[in-house]
Design a protein around this ligand. Structure first.
Ligand SMILES: [Zn+2]
Length: 254
């Protein structure tokens, strides 16, 4: 019996960028509408109602994707499927599995995959929805603060723009963080489906790695009894990955 290390798959920057762009389509659309709806608004009520009009399609629709022509939910699903496919191909190469073996059967754990995928999509839809929700109440506050001080149109426009730019930073954070989380969840799924409970913690090995993550680099961990900060990808913006340790006899039997 020998142990094989199956390398984790790091999320690709292009995937993170696509995800981020998907959210920014929503933010851009609201900002454009808000600008054109408020050009001739003069009272607080006018501002507040017209701002709400700009947000309305994104606040009321429970399936956020419908607002960008049904695109977003599909994007999340295809993001997950692509990441999943890359993950099992990398596992196959690392474990030197013969091409005749069905990688999905070996690494895929199909029922678990559907569950993890659904969880990922649901969680991401609510994260994306939280962006316009939060932004809407922030902009409303900016409007009432401005009118409380006597209404300065230029100041108000600048302050609203500032809120939109904060929302864009938050969108970027979500895109990065969720890409890392998908990778982590898939590595866990793959490991556990092979009966491998342990993995080797691997950091991104650059100067952005936090000390608490650095301390775990190269240590052997158990999926079911993770370190205090969680499994790789679980802490916010964690770029660490899990190197799965599998018993090669399990592969031979497949
Ligand atoms: Zn990390």
């Amino acid at each position: 019996m020998a142990d094989l290390a199956v390398k984790g798959v790091a999320p690709r920057n292009s995937d993170k960028k696509n995800y981020n762009a998907g959210i920014n389509i929503i933010v851009d659309k609201i900002e454009q509408d808000a600008k054109s709806n408020t050009t001739d608004a003069n009272t607080q009520t006018e501002w507040q109602l017209r701002i709400t009009d700009s947000f309305a399609p994104f606040l009321l629709n429970p399936t956020l994707g419908a607002n960008v022509s049904g695109q977003h939910y599909d994007d999340l699903e295809s993001f997950f499927n692509t990441t999943y496919a890359k993950n099992i191909r990398a596992a196959g190469r690392a474990a030197k599995v013969p091409v005749t073996v069905d990688l999905e059967m070996l690494f895929g754990n199909a029922p678990g995959k559907e569950f993890v995928k659904q969880q990922f999509i649901n969680n991401n839809v609510s994260l994306i929805k939280s962006i316009p929700e939060r932004l809407h109440s922030q902009v409303q506050n900016v409007i009432s603060d401005n009118f409380a001080k006597g209404f300065d149109r230029e100041q108000l426009t600048n302050d609203i723009e500032q809120r939109f730019s904060v929302a864009r930073s938050r969108a970027k954070l979500i895109a990065n963080d969720q890409s890392n989380k998908a990778i982590g969840q898939l590595a866990q799924l793959r490991s556990l489906s092979l009966g491998a409970n342990t993995y080797r913690w691997q950091t991104a090995e650059d100067d952005r790695v936090r000390p608490t993550h650095e301390a775990l680099n190269d240590t052997i961990q158990n999926w079911n009894a993770p370190p205090a900060i969680g499994n790789p990808g679980e802490p916010i913006n964690c770029r660490c990955i899990a190197v799965t340790i599998i018993d090669s006899d399990l592969l031979a039997a497949a």
